[in-house]
Design a protein around this ligand. Structure first.
Ligand SMILES: Nc1ncnc2c1ncn2[C@@H]1O[C@H](COP(=O)(O)OP(=O)(O)O)[C@@H](O)[C@H]1O
Ligand SMILES: [Mg+2]
Length: 616
């Protein structure tokens, strides 16, 4: 994406998200600006520190000058060199004191700064859409956040303690040499300007490579996290070897990018080393010839050679640091370009925290597709009355979950509107919408926190008793009581330490606690055994009381008693009515009902759809 298009008007951010700039440079400036007084202090200390360091050869020169000029015997030599010696001592002490003070400030600042950047990126990421999150690796995103935050602090540290001090060394060295012999200053000055400009030019060219290398690295991290998450699946499919090879493939891709980037950096190093050597040799020859012609004193000769050696060692440091700097800048760019993308679904400025009183849901001429190729809903219009309990049935892939996702604003329709109580859901804040709709998904995932925390997620201020009561209603209390730590047990990442049915019951308990006016169950009881399901059904019926309810069900028997049944077929609602009415119609629903030997809906056979079923 070009710089221009990412800063165009269409770049929308959620109001809750920090206004992070979308380019690496402005991103760094944004965060440095937040701590600008700290950085100003550090820069001042570093300037003094670097100046002290580069003045040392000057002090040595003065000492030598006084020694060679003096006629007193060596016993009183200290009297002769007292002043330059004091200067030398002061400079040495200054180098230590100012250098370490700058270091101390950086040590204090960096962890705070890094947390601040992490906090902002995380807050920004939180507002990304379901679509964004489901098309990224969670592990890679997490890694990018931390690499970006680390990158900013490291970049600043390098710019201040490495690059700035090099520039100061050049400037002061040139001034000192100018005082000695102007042409010598011209030699070093021209060299320094050329050196920095060419290094900079090479650096900008290298950025493309280092960015690609960073992207490849975080891709690897993402793949590893994904593979570790699915390790059990790999084992059970006997695909451990396959996974290693899969990772090797990625390593090969990564290595290709990293090699390119490293080779480029190596070429830069060659340039820097060669030009440093040229400077070293030419200053030595040049000042030696000046000295032999009597144009400069011995002291100046010492100053000139030691200054040039100092510059060269700084230059070598610079070349080593460049590599790191590119890597950090690459990481920042990678993180910024990935995370600081426009938010797809945001609250409008005029959005209100509407309180749902009735719970009427209306789809008005909704058109929706996930991708351009295939439409899921074509002009769908339907109204669900307040307090109505509606069952959705249809083959898998017929659009039931999509219907639910649209109500929850996981996606926005391409055209048409969805209303709750006559209010367009796009005119409500998402927080208001989500806090008033409960969803029990097919495969609820839990936090790797204790069971009580997971249930209390439904209502944060619920007391322990209320949590336990909800758990009891969801038939979760008994199994929780049998686990070693009871409600304080950790459930494993995403809740893996529980069975699907147990996780489901936790999810139900949390929704009972939430007690929102609209309740949606998306195949929520499908992973329960039929005995638990029957038991829970009563609880759910109780929980449905006085609410608008949408139940997507696999087992038709679980929805037969609801007020209304909608039959979905390829994104269309082909039948609408009560169980009895639909049976009497002897249409699609009737056939489905007949087909369900044990009360299950057959999984979609190849391209089989309702119309085919109807004609059978
Ligand atoms: N996140 C998604 N991205 C792209 N296509 C999707 C996504 N989710 C569902 N689909 C597609 O949309 C259609 C409807 O899916 P869905 O609403 O999940 O059906 P159901 O819940 O009835 O089984 C299917 O063809 C499915 O492949
Ligand atoms: Mg579904």
């Amino acid at each position: 994406m070009t710089k221009k298009s990412r800063q165009s008007k269409s770049f929308q951010r959620a109001a809750d998200a920090p206004a992070l700039p979308a380019t690496p440079f402005s991103f760094i400036c944004y965060f440095v600006n937040q701590f600008c007084w700290w950085y100003i202090a550090i820069v001042i200390l570093e300037v003094i520190h670097a100046t002290c360091g580069i003045m040392l050869p000057y002090a040595i020169g003065e000492i030598i000058r006084n020694v060679t000029k003096s006629t007193v015997d060596s016993k009183h030599i200290f009297d002769v060199v007292r002043q330059p010696l004091m200067l030398f001592t002061a400079l040495s002490v200054g180098e230590v004191v100012f250098g370490r003070s700058a270091g101390l400030l950086l040590t204090i600042l960096h962890p705070i700064h890094r947390q601040q950047i992490t906090r902002s990126l995380y807050a920004y990421l939180q507002q990304h859409s379901h679509r964004y999150l489901s098309s990224s690796f969670a592990g890679a995103l997490a890694q990018r956040i931390s690499e970006t935050a680390f990158g900013v602090t490291q970049t600043m540290q390098m710019l201040i303690s490495e690059f700035m001090s090099v520039i100061i060394v050049y400037i002061v060295a040139t001034i000192l040499l100018y005082r000695t012999y102007p042409p010598l200053a011209a030699l070093v000055g021209v060299w320094a300007v050329l050196f920095i400009s060419i290094s900079f030019w090479l650096a900008t060219r290298c950025r493309i490579y280092s960015r690609k290398a960073a992207a490849a690295r975080s891709q690897t991290a993402g793949i590893i996290v994904d593979a570790v998450t699915n390790l059990t699946s790999s084992r059970l499919f006997a695909r451990l070897g396959f996974e290693r090879r899969y990772l090797n493939e990625q390593f090969r891709r990564e290595l290709k990018e990293v090699k390119k980037s490293n080779w480029y950096s190596e070429r830069i190093r060659w340039f820097q080393f060669i030009s440093a050597a040229i400077l070293k040799i030419s200053t030595l020859y040049y000042s030696l010839s000046l000295w032999s012609q009597g144009k400069i004193a011995s002291a100046d000769f010492v100053v000139a050679t030691s200054l040039s050696l100092l510059i060269i060692s700084e230059a070598r440091n610079l070349s080593r640091r460049f590599l790191d700097l590119f890597e950090h800048i690459g990481n920042i760019a990678n993180g910024v370009y990935t995370i600081v993308q426009p938010h797809e679904i945001i609250d409008q400025d005029s959005a209100i925290a509407y309180s749902i009183t009735q719970g009427q849901i209306e789809f008005r001429q909704v058109n929706f597709s996930y991708s351009l190729e295939r439409k899921v809903f074509d002009n769908l219009s339907i109204t669900i009355q307040p307090g109505q309990r509606v069952g959705l049935v249809g083959f898998s892939g017929s659009g039931k979950s999509t219907f639910v996702n649209l109500i929850l604003r996981q996606f926005d329709p391409q055209s048409g509107e969805i209303f709750i109580d006559g209010v367009n859901i796009q005119d409500m804040t998402q927080d208001a919408l989500h806090s008033q709709i409960s969803l029990i998904p097919q495969d609820p995932s839990l936090f790797h926190r204790t069971l009580i925390e997971n249930i209390r997620y439904g209502r944060l201020d619920a007391t322990n008793e209320e949590v336990m009561e909800a758990a009891r209603q969801a038939y979760a209390h008994d199994f929780i009581a049998q686990i070693k730590d009871g409600y304080d047990s950790l459930v494993g990442e995403r809740g893996v330490k529980l069975s699907g049915g147990q996780r489901q019951r936790i999810a139900i308990a949390r929704v009972i606690l939430k007690n929102a006016p609209i309740l949606i169950l998306d195949e929520a009881t499908s992973s329960l055994d039929s005995i638990t399901e029957k038991a829970i059904q009563d609880t759910l019926d109780l929980a449905m009381n006085g609410k608008t309810v949408i139940v997507v069900a696999h087992r038709l028997s679980t929805i037969a008693h609801l007020d209304r049944i909608l039959v979905f077929d390829q994104g269309h609602i082909v039948e609408d009515g009560t169980h009895a009415k639909l049976l009497a119609r002897r249409g699609a629903y009737y056939r489905l009902w007949k087909m369900q030997a044990g009360g299950f809906l057959p999984v979609e056979a190849n391209n089989q759809n309702m119309s085919e079923l109807q004609t059978k």
